[in-house]
Design a protein around this ligand. Structure first.
Ligand code: HEM
Length: 164
């Protein structure tokens, strides 16, 4: 079984890794697309979180707002994964051992667990409370936790460039 550094080196030496690393425009273009995608991910999730906290979109029932917003979130998240992965392969030996990069992934996982737990619990009964203000405590806790996790993901993401 090759060690972690050998795997990272093989990823970086791959044709897409070499092509992006040697191109003057590919990486900046990917990073621009990554910033646009992550802005849509975090921005759309924040709209829902603010509704869960009763701070925004107060006249919109949570279930209807979620139905309108989440498809955008998932498309943007897919774009963030594709652009992020392509940037990663271009410099895998540095990113793979970068603490800010690893922290960002741990925070994305935490944000994901928080979302899954909310959808499996309070959101499963949203038909009962969707239009209510205030929302149930579980919804407000999920919304607040989500805002903190995603803001931390953005901070960790930004830190990568300063710690390479
Ligand atoms: C929705 C989830 C994500 C968010 C919110 C996010 C956030 C960020 C942020 C804020 C930056 C700094 C951009 C800048 O200021 O130029 C960044 C850079 C980066 N992200 Fe993400 N990211 C996400 C997903 C991913 C994924 C899935 C990967 C890899 C598979 C990834 C890989 C990278 C890389 C390699 C950089 C470039 C760091 C650099 O050299 O400056 N990101 N990300």
């Amino acid at each position: 079984m090759p060690d972690y550094q050998t795997i990272l080196q093989a990823i970086q030496d791959s044709p897409p890794g070499q092509a992006i690393a040697s191109s003057p425009w590919m990486f900046p273009t990917l990073e621009t697309a990554h910033v646009v995608a992550l802005s849509l991910v975090v921005g759309s999730i924040a709209m829902l979180d603010l509704r869960l906290l009763g701070l925004g979109w107060r006249t919109h029932p949570v279930d209807r707002l979620a139905r309108q917003i989440l498809p955008w979130t998932w498309w943007a998240f897919s774009a963030a994964i594709v652009t992020g992965a392509l940037m990663f392969v271009s410099n895998a030996t540095l990113y793979g051992v970068n603490l800010a990069f690893q922290l960002k992934f741990a925070l994305i996982a935490l944000a994901g667990f928080n979302m899954i737990y909310f959808h499996k619990t309070a959101f499963a009964r949203v038909a009962e409370w969707g239009g209510a203000l205030p929302t149930p405590p579980a919804a407000r806790i999920a919304g607040a936790a989500s805002l903190v996790f995603w803001a931390s993901v953005v901070a960790a993401g930004r830190w990568i460039g300063f710690t390479l």
